[in-house]
Design a protein. Structure first.
Length: 393
C-alpha cells in the first residue's frame, strides 16, 4: 500500500511503528540497550537480528528505524542509515566503501567540510582523488577511468549554486563501474529525483530542510539494502556515527511539514531573486530559477524549481558585505541553511574560510558573496529587509 502513497502522505505516515499502547505520535525509545527473553534469543539476535529486532542503540533503534524507513521511502531507495550529522553521512558513505589505492572523482565545488574529507582524510589513507569542474561533462569523462571506485558531487554546490547533471554524470560513472554518491542537501528531499536520475547513494544533512527548524544535527545515507546494511551500517555502527533516538524523533516531526515548507521557501526564493536581479549594487544574482542562470534549463529538468537558496555578489567586497549583513533585521547571520528562519552567510570568512584565496577565486567565492537561505517569512518583508541592507552599503 505504501508504494502508492504520494510524498505528503509518506512524510506523515511512512515507517510508523506503534507499541502495545497504540500511541498516535511517534514514540521516542530512549534506551541504549534491549532485553532478551533468554540467553538463546540473545545469541540468535546477534547472529541475525530480525526486521523489528534491536541489539544496541548504536546499531539501531525503533525510533531511528522509523526515520530511516520514511527517508528511504521519499528518496526512492531500498534502505537508509541515519547518522549523527550530515558530515557523518558524507564521510561514512565514502569511507565505508573505499580502501587504499581506490580512485574517486569529485566535483571541485563543495562545502568546506566535504572538501576536507576528500583532500585531507581520504588521501591520508591512500585514496586517490581527482577534482573536476562539475559542470564540464568532458572533464568527468576524462577523469572517470576503468578502476574508478566512486564519484562524488553536490547536486547543487555550496555556496555558488552550480549544478551537476546527475543523469549524465551517472552514465559516465556507471560505464567504468563507479558508484555515484550525491550530496543532495541544496536540492532537498522534496525536489530531488537523484535516484531516478542515476545516483546509487544519496546523502543529506537532515539538520537542514528535514528538521528545518534549527533544533538538531543529523544526517542520513540512502541507498540499496545491500549498500546500507552490508557496507555503510557495519562501518557506522562500529565507528559510532549513529543518530540518537531523540534526534530521530525530532526529524520525524520535521518531516510532516517538509513538503509544505520547502515549496513555500522555493517560491519566496524565486520572488527575492527576481526582485534583486539588476540591482546596481550587486555584481551578480545567482539563482537557478532565473533565466540568467547558465544552468536554468538543467535546474528545471532536474529539480523542477530553482530551490530554496540563492546567492549574490555585493560590489565593494568584504567591507560592503559586512555592512549589508549588519544592517539586516529579519534575516539572521548564521552558517546554517534550510531553516524556517532566513539566514545570511558570508562563505569567504565562515564556511569556506580555510580555503586558500586562489581556490576561493576558482570556486567563485568572492569577498562580496552572500549565501541566502530563504525561510518561511513573508516574501515582501524579506525583500524590504534585503533592500534596507543594501541601502546601508
Amino acid at each position: 500500500m505504501a508504494k502508492t502513497w504520494k510524498t505528503r502522505t509518506q512524510l506523515v505516515h511512512e515507517g510508523s511503528r506503534r507499541s502495545q499502547y497504540g500511541e498516535m505520535a511517534e514514540a521516542i525509545f530512549m534506551t541504549q540497550g534491549f532485553v532478551y527473553d533468554s540467553a538463546e534469543s540473545a545469541e540468535a539476535r546477534f547472529i541475525k537480528a530480525g526486521e523489528d529486532e534491536f541489539i544496541y542503540a548504536r546499531y539501531g533503534n525503533p525510533t531511528v528505524r522509523m526515520f530511516e524507513d520514511r527517508m528511504a521511502a521519499i528518496e526512492g531507495t531500498e534502505d537508509a542509515f541515519a547518522t549523527a550529522s550530515g558530515m557523518a553521512a558524507v564521510s561514512g558513505a565514502l569511507t565505508s566503501m573505499l580502501k587504499a589505492g581506490d580512485h574517486v572523482v569529485s566535483s571541485r565545488a563543495l562545502f568546506g567540510s566535504c572538501l576536507y574529507i576528500l583532500e585531507e582524510v581520504l588521501t591520508r589513507f591512500g585514496v586517490k582523488v581527482t577534482f573536476v569542474d562539475g559542470a564540464d561533462l568532458a572533464a568527468w569523462e576524462a577523469a572517470c577511468v576503468p578502476g574508478t571506485k566512486a564519484v562524488f558531487f553536490e547536486a547543487m554546490s555550496n555556496p555558488t549554486l552550480e549544478l551537476v547533471d546527475i543523469e549524465a554524470v551517472s552514465k559516465i560513472a556507471h560505464k567504468v563501474g563507479a558508484i555515484v554518491v550525491v550530496d543532495n542537501v541544496f536540492a532537498t528531499p522534496i525536489f530531488s529525483r537523484a535516484v531516478e536520475q542515476g545516483a546509487d547513494v544519496v546523502v543529506y544533512s537532515t539538520t537542514k530542510h528535514v528538521d528545518g527548524q534549527g533544533r538538531a544535527l543529523g544526517g542520513v545515507i540512502c541507498g540499496t539494502r545491500d549498500f546500507i546494511r552490508k557496507v555503510a551500517e557495519p562501518y557506522m555502527k562500529h565507528t559510532g556515527g549513529s543518530m540518537s533516538p531523540f534526534t530521530a524523533w525530532i526529524m520525524l516531526n520535521g518531516m510532516a511539514t517538509m513538503d509544505l515548507r520547502c515549496r513555500a521557501m522555493a517560491e519566496t526564493a524565486a520572488k527575492i531573486a527576481t526582485a534583486l536581479e539588476g540591482d546596481a549594487r550587486l555584481a551578480n544574482v545567482i539563482y537557478p530559477g532565473l533565466y540568467s542562470h547558465p544552468q536554468a534549463d538543467l535546474a528545471a529538468r532536474q529539480m523542477g524549481t530553482g530551490g530554496t537558496m540563492l546567492a549574490f555578489d555585493i560590489k565593494g567586497g568584504k567591507e560592503a558585505a559586512f555592512r549589508f549583513m549588519n544592517a539586516l533585521d529579519i534575516i539572521k547571520i548564521s552558517n546554517n541553511l534550510g531553516d524556517a528562519k532566513s539566514i545570511a552567510t558570508h562563505p569567504a570568512t565562515t564556511t569556506h574560510q580555510r580555503l586558500p584565496d586562489a581556490q576561493k577565486t576558482a570556486l567563485g567565492i568572492t569577498p562580496g558573496l552572500i549565501r541566502l537561505s530563504v525561510g518561511l517569512e513573508d516574501a515582501d518583508d524579506l525583500i524590504a529587509d534585503l533592500r534596507a541592507g543594501l541601502d546601508a552599503i
